[in-house]
Structures are given as C-alpha cells and as structure tokens.
Design a protein around this ligand. Structure first.
Ligand SMILES: [Zn+2]
Ligand SMILES: [Zn+2]
Length: 417
C-alpha cells in the first residue's frame, strides 16, 4: 500500500474531531442558500472558516469567490475547487436544516462541498510535516451559471495566487452511495452552449392565414428539423444533444397569428468542432425552412448564440489514474467506481487554462447507503441533481470527502523520503 497507514489514521482522527463542526457548517449553508453570483454571506463565512483553519492567505475574487492558500515549502501547487451557489428551486426535503429561503435551495450539493473543503484545509494545516508544496483552495461563485470560474480567473486567480500544476474538484454524485468515489478518465462532462432563435413572420388574423406568414408553423418545422442534426449529421460515435426547451410567441390568442416566435436551445457535446458543426447546421436549417415558408430574406430567422457557455471537462488520464490508485489504496477497489461521461455541464474545465493544466473532476458518493440493496442496486428511484428532493447524506459524504481528498492531496505532495 503506497498510502501510509499511520498517516491515514492521523487524517481520520482529525476529520472525526472536526466532524460535528463541519456538519454544522453544512447545515448552516443548506438552510441559508444564496443564488448564483449573490453568495454574499456564504463567501464571507467561507473566508472566515479558511482563516480559522490556519490558511496563510485568504482573498475574495470576482466579488463572492474565495481563494485560500496554504504554503508549505517547495513542491507542486494543487488547486482544489468547491462551489457554493444555490439554485432557484423550492426544496422539498424534510430535514431540520431544509432551506429557509422560499424558492431557493442547495440541490446540487453546493452546501456540502464547501464544508468538506474546510475540513481538508484544517487537515492540511495540521499535517504539514507530511507534505510539501502549496494548496490553493477555491470556493467558487456562480457554478450554476457556468461563468464563476472564468470570473475568478479574470480577476487574477492565477496572478494573485500561484498558478497551479494541477486542479481537482469534488462534485456530489446523485447515484453513488456515500463512502464511494467515482472516477472518469478523459471526457467527463459535455460542453454546453445556449442559443436563442428569433423567428419572425407576418402576423394577422387567425381566420385569414393566407394574408400572413405564420411564424408558429415555421418555428414548428424548424424544431422538428433540428432533431435531425444529431441523428443524421453528427458522427454517431460522438455524443451530442440539441434540445429546444422554450417556444414562446407574442400572441396570447388562438385568433391571432403572431409576428414572432422565440426558441431557446441548449446544445451539448464533447468537442468544440462538433459544437461548430451543430451551430452551422442550426443556421442552415433556419435559413432553409424560411425559404420553404416563402419568407422575405429581411425576415429570415436570427440565430443568437450566447457567449460560449462552458468547455467540456476533460479529465487528464495520467493524473486521474494516479488519483484512482490512491483511492483504491485508501478505500478499497469496490468503493472506487468507474463513471460514464455525462451531458451535464460544468465550468471546472476553465481551470485547465486551455488544456495547459491537468485537471480531474471527481464524483463523491453522496446518497444514503441505506437506499441501496446489498448488490448495490438502488431500492427506489434516486433524485437527480437539481431535483427538489436531492439531498446528500452528511455522515458518509463529509467524512469520505474530507478524508479521501486529504489523502489524495498529501499523496500528490508527499514529502520526499
Ligand atoms: Zn453542482
Ligand atoms: Zn448544479
């Protein structure tokens, strides 16, 4: 076993001594969620916790982002990211610490991972004789909007603090039991882009459609035709999604043919080239359907991509393999699960700085282990991330999150002997 048993014992003892306070901190965040980019109280508390943990430098970046540094001599710099924003969803869990803010809830585990990072910070400070290097702990704002990482980087994360040699993150898993971790080498999360399509027509009376150019019919054929991009144009070995999530007209009545329809789309895939292929196909289909509808060129649909949302998360295979062997050593093979790639999106990829810094996005089992049969099958349908009923199981999630991350970071910065 490459991870020393004596060190593991020290780590677990420290985590146990801190557990009640970390659980309280998690409950506090959970009961008091703050929406994306408005994490004012959360970030102040998180900064205070890092200072109390003994971090050497703590600073706010991009308003409500927090960076904390633990300096401990020569060696690698490891960035370890958690995120702390909540979602505009009414929580339906019946726990004593459920959200006290109507319509806002921590339903993506972002009340758990900041508390875990405080436990890791405390452990790293207490165990300085076992590692050498620099730990840069980032409590990120705005993960749900997909631009918090870029905001912190633009505010000088890599200039005001040492540029990391590698970056790690835990995210709570809605499918893995507490006490386990999930590993994925290579593509782990899709890139995501949002687009609006404004479809114009010539409105008029619903009883005289011949006098109009009906944008509802045009939009409907565009929506149907968009479904052929993934099924007929993209390489079948490349996963991709084109979803139209919103179809809104400016008419409130069946008797009125509107002059406009607005479509809202999300596109997911695992490479930028495929994204560009999909975008070109969307533009071509909009134009082609407009011609088929006999629309004058001045009224052709306008495709309006938002600024590129999130890059796909590519887990560095070498770093992830190294972490996998550390976790297998520490937790045992059956507790380290191979995860598939997901078409969720995450802005963690931006810490890689265009692929220059190896990153590894790690899944932390967060479901109450009592919800699984002995063979590992869930006894009931498990709520997904962003479900009003998603809830982490603190005793296993916090302990494993703190212990396994401390083991991993001390191992990656092991003092040479
Ligand atoms: Zn999340
Ligand atoms: Zn989320």
């Amino acid at each position: 076993m490459s991870v020393s048993n004596a060190l593991i014992q020290k780590i677990e003892t420290l985590t146990e001594a801190n557990y009640d306070e970390l659980f309280e901190l998690h409950k506090h965040y959970h009961a008091n969620p703050e929406l994306t980019l408005l994490e004012f109280n959360t970030s102040v508390r998180q900064a205070e916790e890092y200072r109390k943990a003994g971090c050497d430098e703590v600073a706010f970046l991009a308003g409500t982002g927090v960076a904390a540094l633990i300096k401990n001599g020569p060696g690698p710099t490891i960035l370890y990211r958690n995120d702390h924003d909540a979602l505009p969803i009414q929580e339906e869990n019946e726990v004593s610490y459920r959200s006290t803010v109507p319509g806002v809830g921590h339903l993506c585990g972002h009340s758990t991972v900041p508390a875990i990072s405080v436990g890791v910070a405390r452990n790293l400070v207490a165990l300085k004789e076992h590692w050498s290097g620099t730990a840069l702990i980032v409590s990120q704002l705005g993960e749900e909007s997909g631009d918090g990482a870029r905001k912190m980087l633009r505010d000088g994360l890599y200039e005001k603090f040492p540029r990391p040699d590698m970056a790690l993150a835990w995210h709570c898993s809605p499918t893995l039991p507490g006490g386990t971790v999930g590993i994925r080498k290579g593509p782990a999360m899709a890139c995501a882009a949002h687009l609006d399509i404004l479809i114009r027509g010539i409105g008029g009376h619903g009883g005289y459609p011949s006098q109009t150019k009906d944008p509802v019919v045009l939009a409907a054929s565009i929506v149907m035709r968009l479904q052929t991009i993934v099924s007929r144009e993209v390489n079948p070995l490349e996963p991709a999604v084109v979803t139209v999530g919103s179809f809104v007209t400016n008419s409130q009545k069946g008797t009125v043919i509107p002059s406009e329809v607005m479509l809202k789309l999300t596109v997911r895939c695992f490479s930028h080239d495929i994204y560009l292929q999909i975008l070109a196909a969307i533009e071509r289909i909009c134009r082609g359907e407009a011609i088929a509808a006999g629309l004058p060129e001045a009224l052709f649909p306008q495709v309006m991509p938002f600024s590129f949302f999130t890059e796909s998360v590519y887990n560095d295979p070498a770093l992830t393999t190294r972490l996998e062997s550390v976790f297998v050593d520490y937790l045992g093979k059956e507790k380290v699960r191979e995860e598939p790639a997901y078409t969720f999106a995450e802005d963690f990829a931006h810490y890689a700085d265009g692929g220059q810094i190896p990153i590894s996005f790690l899944w932390l089992g967060s479901v109450d282990p009592a919800k699984f049969d002995a063979d590992g099958t869930p006894k009931e349908a498990l709520p997904s991330l962003h479900s009003p009923r998603f809830l982490t199981h603190p005793p296993t999630t916090i302990r494993t999150g703190v212990n396994a991350m401390t083991v991993a970071m001390t191992e990656l910065m092991k003092t040479a002997v």
